[in-house]
Design a protein around this ligand. Structure first.
Ligand code: HEC
Length: 182
């Protein structure tokens, strides 16, 4: 009977469409706010302090940005864990700033006294200083905000003092050569 089969086919098809609609309604809604041409009003908030700089300063939106970032973390972690990670990371930033400033002072002193001359990166000591803030310092700071002790310690806190010793020794040697009129 062609009419009966057609009727069954229509009922089945309608049933499938309605079920698909009902199942789709149950899906959790995900809101995304990507800055794009269609969302020009979305304001981009930097989520971390400026960890890329040699010495990290807090910017004006810092507190608000940190609250926003913590909201991301607390989707998976408990608030105490996230607060602990951030509190420790802030200390790592302070500590790294102090080490970098110490290194800066050594380099500035050498240049000021005319011991270190010439264009940037013309002496081995320039590279030691650069690596100290650009690689070790940044690694410690970024590692801290991800709660990664290995990066903070072995790729940041350990090489920084080691390079400070190297800087002082190289600086003393340069001063010695300078004194001898070289
Ligand atoms: C999508 C879920 C998710 C989000 C969002 C998330 N994490 Fe995690 N995090 C995990 C998982 C899963 C692990 C465990 C990974 C493992 O052990 O291999 C983890 C591990 C960690 C650990 C190591 C914990 C430990 O006991 O060793 C820290 C610290 C951490 N996350 C911090 C953060 C911070 C800070 C943020 C926000 C910037 C964040 N997480 C965002 C899922 C998440």
């Amino acid at each position: 009977m062609p009419f009966r089969s057609l009727f069954v086919a229509i009922v089945l098809g309608f049933g499938i469409v309605v079920s698909a609609f009902l199942i789709n309604r149950q899906r959790p809604k995900v809101e995304t706010e990507q800055p794009s041409a269609g969302h020009r009003k979305v304001r981009r908030v930097p989520l971390q302090p400026d960890l890329a700089s040699a010495v990290t300063d807090k910017w004006p939106d810092y507190a608000r940005a940190q609250v926003a970032m913590k909201q991301v973390c607390t989707q998976c972690h408990t608030t105490p864990l996230v607060n602990e990670v951030y509190a420790r990371a802030e200390k790592v930033v302070e500590d790294t700033n102090a080490k970098v400033k110490e290194a800066q002072a050594i380099m500035d002193g050498l240049r000021k006294d005319g011991v270190l001359t010439g264009p940037p990166f013309s002496h081995p000591i320039d590279f030691v200083y650069f690596d100290l803030w650009r690689y070790d310092g940044r690694t410690a700071k970024h590692g801290a905000f991800m709660g990664d002790a290995d990066f903070v310690q072995w790729h940041g806190n350990y090489p920084m003092p080691s390079k400070l010793v190297e800087l002082r020794a190289a600086g003393d040697e340069l001063r010695g050569q300078h004194g001898r009129g070289n």
